[in-house]
Design a protein around this ligand. Structure first.
Ligand SMILES: CC(C)(COP(=O)(O)OP(=O)(O)OC[C@H]1O[C@@H](n2cnc3c(N)ncnc32)[C@H](O)[C@@H]1OP(=O)(O)O)[C@@H](O)C(=O)NCCC(=O)NCCS
Length: 167
């Protein structure tokens, strides 16, 4: 297992997007998709406070939160990352795209980069994601990425996973 924090924050380049550390200059673009403990930021100050907590979680080895950069334009389009479970050799993967960047296939590529990093570089044995029965776009995304539904949870939530032993 190769848990965070790392000597340098991992930047992961792909064909259309690159995952990189979130910079203070990104925060203003991410307010509407800034969440912590399921609370959504409404101001730049709240989003910055949340980012500080996320940075601390990374330093504590519990989380890696990437910005998703569109290579062609060098703009930030969303975020994804691991938010729980790393200490057990597992990772809960989450993601949010800014509305104007949805429907372009960018999150599929970003999530694949994050999954590969989790399984190959961190050495996770399992990556899981939780969404709701009504979240068609998230379900399509996870199924495109070969996640398998493994549980119906309370409050219409469903759990999906990818494991190393089943590819
Ligand atoms: C879930 C979420 C990230 C999905 O975003 P998305 O843009 O649909 O996902 P992708 O980037 O993979 O794009 C796939 C769509 O782009 C389309 N697309 C267009 N051009 C494409 C291309 N060149 N390559 C691949 N797909 C392309 C696909 O057909 C697909 O559309 P469809 O869903 O209508 O079939 C987004 O809806 C979101 O941020 N929701 C709020 C947060 C959330 O629910 N997170 C999930 C937690 S698990």
């Amino acid at each position: 297992m190769n848990l965070p924090p790392y000597h340098t924050f991992p930047t992961i380049p792909g064909d259309r997007v690159t995952l990189r550390q979130i910079l203070p200059s990104d925060i203003k673009d991410l307010i509407e998709i800034s969440f912590y403990d399921a609370i959504q930021a409404t101001t730049i100050e709240q989003a910055a406070e949340m980012q500080d907590k996320i940075n601390q979680d990374y330093l504590d080895g519990n989380s890696i939160h990437w910005g998703i950069i569109v290579n062609e334009t060098n703009t930030i389009s969303g975020t994804c990352g691991y938010y729980r479970g790393l200490d057990r050799g597992e990772g809960e993967l989450g993601c949010v795209m800014l509305p104007q960047f949805r429907g372009l296939g960018l999150m599929t590529e970003a999530m694949q980069l994050a999954i590969d990093f989790g399984l190959q570089d961190i050495g996770l044995k399992r990556v899981w994601a939780i969404t709701t029965n009504q979240n068609d776009k998230a379900i399509k995304l996870l199924e495109r990425l070969n996640f398998i539904k493994i549980a119906d949870l309370e409050d219409n939530e469903i759990e999906y996973e990818v494991r190393t032993d089943i590819g």
